[in-house]
Design a protein around this ligand. Structure first.
Ligand SMILES: NC(=O)c1ccc[n+]([C@@H]2O[C@H](COP(=O)([O-])OP(=O)(O)OC[C@H]3O[C@@H](n4cnc5c(N)ncnc54)[C@H](OP(=O)(O)O)[C@@H]3O)[C@@H](O)[C@H]2O)c1
Length: 277
């Protein structure tokens, strides 16, 4: 049987465990406990960011789990105020100090920032990789046009674009762009921030498989070869969200879930967001 330890999304030499643990809004003991519990349950991919102010707690959870470092894929993100080249390298080093790691697995630009030339920022990302601060680099919240610009400007391969993706948001354009660049799509807010349970369709499909609406969302993403990083602070939900490798959604069910998607289903609202596809 497949598990999160055997199911990877591959892109430009990166092997990203398809199911990861998000940590946005988790901090302190709640965060380190969720990371530790998640790793013990079988999660092998942890998503954090400098702006979440929890890299220390994530690092503590990793150490407390006693899982070997080379078994865990750690992503962190550089905040937009650190996109000037020297700032970016400093920021990556600070993340390593807070995480108490010698290397990040995947370093992302958290959001696009039109105030700093993209080529300069991406040059610094490639430099961070050369310096051994991170094994892989990528972006987050990039549109189709920004992805094309980034791929053309970056001296090293970009392995992923992390974007909001769940059944209520149609992301086919940016997903097609990721595929055409050989990049993985990593889905954030994959259970629509807990809103999956409000859907009659997801509830009905889940009931047919003995699964919850959240599990149906995650399975639907994994079956598209998308990585998903649901967050939970509760042990039973951490366990539930990883228990998605023992059932299959039929093609009819997949299509029924695709039909829930709309371009207006986005939950992320921020004034600095790019013009979405
Ligand atoms: N790159 C970016 O700009 C960006 C933006 C947003 C998020 N992210 C990343 O993506 C991760 C996930 O996204 P997210 O945190 O926005 O949303 P999410 O994972 O879709 O949803 C998390 C919410 O759902 C609840 N939940 C978890 N499992 C559940 C289940 N099985 N049934 C019902 N409710 C459940 C959680 O509450 P409990 O804790 O009470 O279980 C929490 O309130 C983040 O944590 C972060 O790492 C990245």
């Amino acid at each position: 049987m497949e598990t999160t330890a055997t199911h990877f999304i591959e892109a430009h030499g990166a092997r990203i465990p398809a199911l990861g643990l998000g940590t946005w809004e988790l901090s302190g003991h709640v965060c380190s406990r969720a990371v530790e519990q998640g790793l013990r349950l079988g999660y092998r991919h942890i998503d954090t960011a400098q702006i979440y102010a929890n890299e220390r707690d994530v690092g503590e959870g990793i150490r407390n789990s006693h899982i070997r470092r080379d078994q865990i894929f750690v992503t962190t993100k550089v905040w937009t105020t650190h996109f000037a080249p020297n700032d970016l390298i400093r920021s990556a080093k600070e993340s390593l100090v807070k995480l108490r790691l010698s290397e990040i697995d995947l370093l992302l630009l958290h959001w696009p920032n039109s105030h700093v030339p993209l080529a300069e920022t991406l040059g610094a990302m490639a430099r961070a990789r050369e310096l051994g601060l991170t094994r892989h680099i990528g972006v987050s919240n990039f549109t189709v046009a920004l992805l094309a610009e980034a791929v053309a400007a970056c001296p090293a391969p970009l392995v992923c674009n992390q974007v909001e993706y769940h059944p209520f948001l149609d992301q086919q354009k940016v997903f097609a762009a990721c595929r055409s660049h050989g990049m993985a799509l990593v889905a954030y807010s994959p259970i629509a921030r807990g809103n999956a349970k409000k859907s009659e369709v997801l509830t009905r499909i889940g009931a047919a498989h003995g699964k919850s609406p959240a599990q149906v969302c995650l399975r639907w993403l994994i079956q598209q070869n998308v990585a998903a990083i649901p967050r939970s602070s509760r042990l039973e939900r951490l366990a539930q969200n990883i228990d998605i490798f023992d059932f299959n959604l039929s093609e009819t069910e997949m299509q029924e879930i695709f039909a829930l998607g709309s371009p207006t289903g986005r939950l992320t609202t921020t004034a600095t967001a790019p013009a979405w596809d």
